[in-house]
Design a protein around this ligand. Structure first.
Ligand code: ADP
Ligand code: MG
Length: 244
């Protein structure tokens, strides 16, 4: 579903991603962890074409996203991304936020988009907020709406960049529950997160990145119990205060 071949990304002369080789299969839930500044956000942005890679190739569903024949709008429709900051349009209601892109990009009729929006709002438990404005929502509600807005494009893959870092524990759980439900439905997901309980419970694979390189990856049962690399151990111990 997603394949990276020797991907490097430079900002000016600094190499932020180094020779990343990775394959992610349909339905996989991959959690990306790593220290601040190691390249996690850059990695996600490259995958949905928000940033061009400097070297190497990325394939989404067999399509080379850097090829000049590829329409990046199609890639971005297939690959949804949810950021820490919800970026909802403040002057639009919840429902208007959700139906905008399906109408503009996917050419849905307003009626089709509204039916879909109501279905998604029901799924995230916020049907009663459809006519509210973003400023009237809690952070957790706004983030769930941001997820619904992404899902309205009917993506094949969902990327999450620290979706709960700005939220308190209760709101974090509301958002993680929505993400777990999505994972159970079979969505392919890449999640940058510090929520190790989520990573343990929901992910099939943990990838630890440091200085733009994949240091270690593995199934959560193995990864957390028995990290191979000292760098991983150190990270889990110091940053996440995990006992090892
Ligand atoms: P993470 O998400 O893991 O914290 P980022 O991908 O945001 O890391 O950043 C990786 C590195 O690239 C950092 O050193 C950051 O300062 C640098 N960086 C990020 N965006 C830019 C940019 N637009 N221009 C120059 N350097 C950048
Ligand atoms: Mg980041």
């Amino acid at each position: 579903m997603i394949k990276l071949k020797k991907v490097s990304k430079y900002y000016k002369n600094t190499r932020v991603l180094k020779n990343i080789d990775l394959e992610i299969k349909k339905g996989e839930i991959v959690a990306i962890i790593g220290p601040s500044g190691c390249g996690k956000s850059t990695f996600l942005k490259c995958i949905n074409g928000l940033l061009p890679v400097s070297k190497g190739e990325i394939f989404v569903d067999g399509v080379n996203i850097a090829s000049k024949d590829t329409n990046l709008n199609n890639i971005r429709a297939d690959v949804g991304i949810v950021f820490q900051q919800f970026n909802l349009f403040p002057h639009m209601t919840v429902k208007e936020n959700i139906i905008l892109a399906p109408i503009k990009v996917k050419k849905m009729t307003k009626n089709e988009a509204e039916i879909l929006a109501l279905k998604l709002l029901e799924k995230i438990g916020l049907l009663d907020k459809m006519d509210r404005y973003p400023e009237e929502l809690s952070g957790g509600q706004a983030q769930r709406v941001a997820i619904a807005r992404s899902l309205a494009m009917q993506p094949k893959i969902m990327l999450f960049d620290e979706p709960t870092s700005a939220l308190d524990p209760k709101m974090t759980n509301e958002v993680l529950d929505v993400m777990k439900a999505l994972a159970e439905e079979g969505m392919t997901m890449i999640v940058v997160t510090h929520e190790m309980s989520f990573a343990k419970e929901a992910a099939n694979r943990i990838i630890f990145i440091s200085h733009g390189e994949i240091v270690e990856e593995g199934h959560p049962d193995v990864f957390f119990k028995n990290p191979k690399s000292n760098m991983t151990r150190e990270f889990l111990r110091s940053v996440l205060k995990m006992e090892l």
